[in-house]
Design a protein around this ligand. Structure first.
Ligand SMILES: *Cc1c(COP(=O)(O)O)cnc(C)c1O
Length: 405
């Protein structure tokens, strides 16, 4: 299929962390040492079979991997097109893909001998996944969270507290994820000697986009092998939702050299791209610098970061991982956007015809997958990343239904 874009071959990031013109390390001088140390350790452990064994043992014993690649037979029949396979990241411990990364980074913290963990969180999912691994390893844990999010996500705030983490409300800016991440970076500058910062997605300064991607790539590694084993061939398309982009890149990356496998990232169009109330930097943003890297951002012509909106808290981020910006320019992946309404319809459909309640984030991928599968032939295979389970979203859906629980 002819794709838009430069069509240049995909390249791994340069030694200084550039994906094409994106990525890099735009941070205070004081953080360079910590980032260098993290990168050096990371490169060392990647080459160390003992680390790989420990990581995969934790994924098996603690997270519950491998997750199934499930043939959604009734959904496939209803759509009347391509075979739809769901990568069941919702079945992971803590209910989403985020724990793949926090388990990996907790092992790095342990190797560095750092007793304190910090993280940023929006909806609280990454905060919970971080507090979980910190509890398991007996590390102290501080989670930065915008004060508006603290109010909106009280259940996850309490979950983190039960797990022994301290949640620090951030009152600056828009009092959401963007501000929490700024504050976490500030904490790290001050406490870098005893603290490891676990970033929750493929954003931030180099080496985070590469490192988080590699930990999440277990998703695509499993899916590729499972698809071959279960169907005898590779899929035609991969579809995943894109907030910061970690579950999407985790699915995509192991297929990068399979030229015939299409990759589609689905952003949150919120109330519609034309309303400005969305969280779709790749579909409707501009390149700029945020949180230590160059990428596509929701910003105005003066470079001011705009407020984002989505019914799904996990997609509500004004930036996106730099590797996605790069894949978009190459034309190796394409990016689309799905509205709140479309995602909610997909949430209900999967719940009712497969008995699987997806996270509202994942429902964005499903909504586009429905369109994509319908227009494809029955010989095609589409893999959708079911990044998380929907239990956390029941209150949101009930409210939209006008029901008070
Ligand atoms: C956080 C989250 C996302 C969005 O994050 P990515 O880094 O884009 O993967 C998607 N799905 C679920 C269930 C999440 O919790």
């Amino acid at each position: 299929m002819q794709r838009k874009g430069t069509n240049e071959p995909y390249r791994e990031p340069t030694p200084d962390g550039h994906f094409g013109v994106y990525g890099g390390r735009f941070v205070a001088e004081t953080l360079f040492h910590a980032l260098d140390q993290l990168e050096a350790l990371y490169r060392e452990v990647r080459a160390d079979p003992a680390f790989e064994r420990e990581f995969h043992a934790d994924l098996a014993q603690y997270v519950g991997r491998p997750t199934p690649l499930y043939f959604a037979e009734r959904l496939t029949a209803v759509l009347g097109g391509a075979m739809v396979l769901l990568k069941r990241e919702d079945l992971n411990h803590t209910g989403a893909h985020k724990v793949n990364n926090t388990v990996g980074q907790a092992l790095l913290a342990k190797r560095m001998g750092k007793p304190r963990i910090i993280a940023e969180t929006g909806a609280g999912q990454h905060g919970v996944a971080t507090a979980t691994v910190a509890a398991r390893l007996g590390l102290s844990c501080h989670v930065y969270m915008g004060s508006d999010d603290v109010k909106r996500q009280s259940l996850n705030v309490y979950r983190m507290k039960l797990l022994g983490a301290e949640v620090i409300p951030v009152h600056s800016g828009s009092r959401t994820l963007k501000d929490a991440m700024n504050e976490a970076l500030r904490d790290w500058v001050t406490n870098v000697d005893n603290t490891h910062y676990i970033i929750g997605t493929v954003a931030g300064p180099h080496p985070y986009p590469m490192l988080v991607r590699d930990f999440q790539s277990v998703i695509g590694q499993e899916a590729r092998a499972q698809c071959l084993a279960q169907t005898g061939r590779l899929p035609n398309a991969l579809i995943a939702c894109v907030g910061g982009g970690s579950n999407a890149i985790g699915l995509f990356h192991p297929f990068m050299n399979d030229a015939d496998v299409e990759m589609i990232g689905v952003e949150a169009a919120g109330l519609g791209l034309e309303t400005g109330k969305h969280a779709a930097p790749l579909s409707a943003g501009l390149p700029g610098v945020l949180h230590g890297n160059r990428t596509y951002l929701m910003s105005d012509a003066d470079g001011q970061i705009l407020d984002t909106y989505s019914v799904s808290a996990g997609l509500d981020y004004p930036g996106v991982g730099p590797e996605h910006a790069y894949l978009r320019d190459l034309g190796r992946a394409r990016y689309v956007a799905v509205t709140d309404g479309e995602a909610l319809a997909a949430f209900r459909r999967l719940t009712q015809i497969e008995g699987i309640m997806p996270a509202l984030e994942s429902a964005h991928a499903l909504a586009f997958a429905e369109q994509e599968a319908s227009r494809r032939s029955a010989d095609d295979i589409v893999i959708v990343n079911l990044s998380g389970r929907g239990d956390k979203d029941i209150m949101t859906v009930a409210e939209l239904d006008g029901i008070r629980l």
